[in-house]
Design a protein around this ligand. Structure first.
Ligand code: COS
Length: 403
């Protein structure tokens, strides 16, 4: 584990001139770059560091991009391009800062999309200020890629059904795992089965506070890169009817709509990590001497750097396109496929680029504490979470057959 190290140079932001972006995005970058550069957070304890990042991101106003203006946000609606640029820039500096930012948006996304004005007023301002930590609780031990297989139940109990003094409520039973911010969050958007309808049709979303009776979030999962993850166990966990987000039975579509917004931003995070690896490789190639020259003098190095840059730009264009399509109101099917394509290509390409950067560093690349070494671990989960590469392929392939 290391503290977030200073960057070798400012990230290349020439892409902000592309027509996908407008002046508001360019201004966002102008403020974000110096702020991010000035932050140094001790990341040896990922949970403490995540809290600290949420606090800093909240007080600096960056979390205001995670919620709509009516509830403390900067913009009237979530803006995919702003989310992409924020994640790209934060991930360049610190993948954990990116994680802390992203989870505030993903964890509260279902409330933004489907919450009543009262639910939005209750949760979103605290998310924007960094005072409430949010989490998205979808995956289960037997339901990761296959969301329709969710087995956690939220049984609706009416007072006349022997519920004693509790009145109308939902009783949750089951287990969620791989939950980012598990054990750290103040509230969870939980997807559970509320009806008898089969598969994707019987699911609903509910907001569950971390201290709800019957919720145990004490189990933490250790993974290869800093990332607070946990398992949630619901044993007769009781929440009031006001916890239900949107209509009963709409949970599957709500989860997919939330992921449609945040998948391009995962691609943005991958871009940030890949751009950082390329910057590290360029800096290393310029100063590393061998065979009487620098590494940069060899055509082999130049060709490899060219390949890395092209892989990054291919992912970048798909990512910015996906975000732009969403922000400009393209039809849902087109947005979903564009988001899947961006997430798949940007994360897969970033893994290749980071591996190439590590290889260029030789033995130094595997030295613990080197930026390329930690990036090599940081990038891996992005090819899995919020829909593995294979799920993205499935979404794209199914759309071709339906079209
Ligand atoms: N937006 C709105 N509605 C959507 C949608 C989207 N993006 N995607 C699917 N739907 C709708 C479909 O139109 C369909 O509606 P009808 O029942 O009215 O016809 C319904 O939802 C079911 O869709 P589908 O049949 O495609 O669902 P599948 O069970 O085949 O699942 C995949 C599709 C695999 C793509 C989905 O389960 C998925 O994305 N899995 C990955 C989940 C994930 O990211 N897990 C990580 C957890 S978060 S870290």
């Amino acid at each position: 584990m290391s503290t977030s190290s200073p960057w070798p140079a400012r990230p290349d932001t020439r892409h902000s001139v592309l027509p996908f972006f407008d002046n508001s995005h360019r201004q966002l970058l102008e403020g974000l770059l110096p702020w991010t550069e000035a932050q140094q957070v001790d990341e040896r304890d990922d949970r403490a560091a995540c809290r600290e990042w949420v606090r800093r991101l909240g007080s600096a106003g960056w979390l205001r991009y995670c919620v709509p203006a009516a509830h403390g946000g900067v913009l009237p609606q979530l803006d995919s391009r702003a989310l992409v640029l924020l994640r790209e820039t934060l991930a360049y500096h610190s993948p954990l800062a990116d994680f802390a930012f992203a989870m505030q948006g993903l964890g509260s996304g279902a409330i933004t999309l489907a919450g009543s004005p009262a639910q939005q007023a209750r949760w979103l301002p605290g998310v924007a200020r960094g005072e409430k930590i949010a989490a998205f609780a979808l995956s289960e031990p037997e339901a990761g890629s296959d969301v329709a297989a969710i087995a956690t139940t939220a049984a609706e109990v009416h007072p006349d059904e022997g519920s004693g003094p509790h009145g109308h409520h939902y009783r949750l039973q089951g287990c969620k795992t791989w939950i980012s911010n598990g054990g750290l969050a103040d509230f969870y958007c939980v997807f559970a089965r509320t009806g008898d309808a089969p598969g994707s049709r019987g699911l609903s979303a509910l907001v569950v506070e971390a201290d709800a009776p019957g919720l145990d979030s004490s189990e933490h999962l250790q993974v290869m890169a800093p990332h607070p993850l946990g398992t949630l166990r619901f044993e007769g966990c009781r929440v009031g009817p006001e916890a239900l987000l949107g209509a009963a039975g709409s949970g599957f579509k709500l989860a997919m709509q939330t992921l449609d917004i945040f998948r391009p931003s995962v691609a943005g995070a991958a871009l940030g990590m890949a751009r950082r690896a390329l910057a590290e490789a360029v800096a290393h190639a310029r100063q590393r001497r061998m065979f009487g020259a620098t590494l940069a003098d060899f055509q082999l190095t130049q060709a490899r750097l060219g390949e890395m840059a092209a892989l990054i730009e291919a992912g970048a264009l798909l990512t910015y396109r996906a975000a732009w399509l969403r922000d400009t109101g393209a039809p849902q099917a087109q947005r979903t496929v564009a988001a899947a394509t961006a997430k798949m290509v940007a994360t897969e390409n970033a893994q290749k680029v980071i591996d190439m950067a590590l290889q260029m560093h030789g033995g130094l690349g595997v030295l613990v504490g080197r930026k390329v070494e930690s990036l090599y671990r940081d990038i891996r989960a992005l090819r899995i979470y919020e829909g593995a590469t294979e799920v993205q392929q499935l979404i794209i392939g199914k759309s071709l057959l339906q079209g």
